[in-house]
Design a protein. Structure first.
Length: 211
């Protein structure tokens, strides 16, 4: 057996042969403890390439009308609408920011009303009409609010911009864009880390006048 190397500083002579320092012994002991806690079925699962949870969640069919186009997808019922839009349908204009409903970067229109898509499950919206930033232009022409964002410099890095625009469209449609103060209040759920708020408010106010 390996002998534990003397670490007492006494200079005591040790037998010839490989030596282990204390931390190596502890590491070996930790590995043994980990092995002892593994379930008996683990080697079998590793050998078959499966895990106990594999296949435990069935997908469900969901039909959505996204930007005017009907799509049918099979989704994990636990997946958010945001993840289905981005990862299944490839509509990456809708951004994943905080993923907790606090920043507004993932705002889309659901049956005409603005929502944060990270906080709702795709499976809950069978037959719903979804509008994302990709569906705003018409025949190559920008939506009036998109054009107003360009004109009033309502963006810097652009990460929050799709959510800001979708929320702004909802804000105007709800009749909450009569004044800068009202716009600021009803757009307060959308965060811009670059601080482009004056341009955003001006853009929403401008587009509201044109609507």
């Amino acid at each position: 057996m390996h002998e534990l190397a003397d670490s007492s500083g006494t200079g005591a002579e040790q037998p010839d042969g490989p030596r282990l320092v204390r931390r190596e012994v502890l590491a070996l002991g930790g590995g043994a403890a980990l092995a002892a806690t593994m379930p008996v079925s683990a080697p079998r699962a590793a050998a078959t390439g499966t895990s106990p949870a594999a296949g435990s969640t069935a997908t469900v069919p969901v039909r959505l009308v996204v930007n005017g186009r009907e799509v049918s997808v099979e989704v994990d019922p636990r997946r958010s609408l945001l993840d289905v839009l981005r990862e299944t349908l490839g509509l990456t204009g809708t951004k994943k920011g905080c993923n907790q409903g606090a920043c507004g970067a993932c705002t889309v229109l659901l049956n005409g009303r603005r929502i944060v898509s990270c906080l709702t499950l795709a499976a809950m919206h069978e037959g719903a009409e979804i509008k994302t930033i990709e569906g705003l232009e018409t025949n190559g022409e920008l939506h009036p609010l998109q054009a107003a964002f360009v004109e009033h410099d309502g963006l810097q890095c652009g990460f929050c911009t799709p959510g800001q625009i979708m929320s702004g469209i909802g804000c105007i449609a709800e009749g909450h864009a009569a004044s800068p103060d009202e716009i600021r209040f009803w757009m307060s759920g959308n965060i811009c880390r670059c601080g482009a708020y004056p341009g955003i408010v001006a853009a929403v106010a401008d587009a509201a006048k044109r609507a």
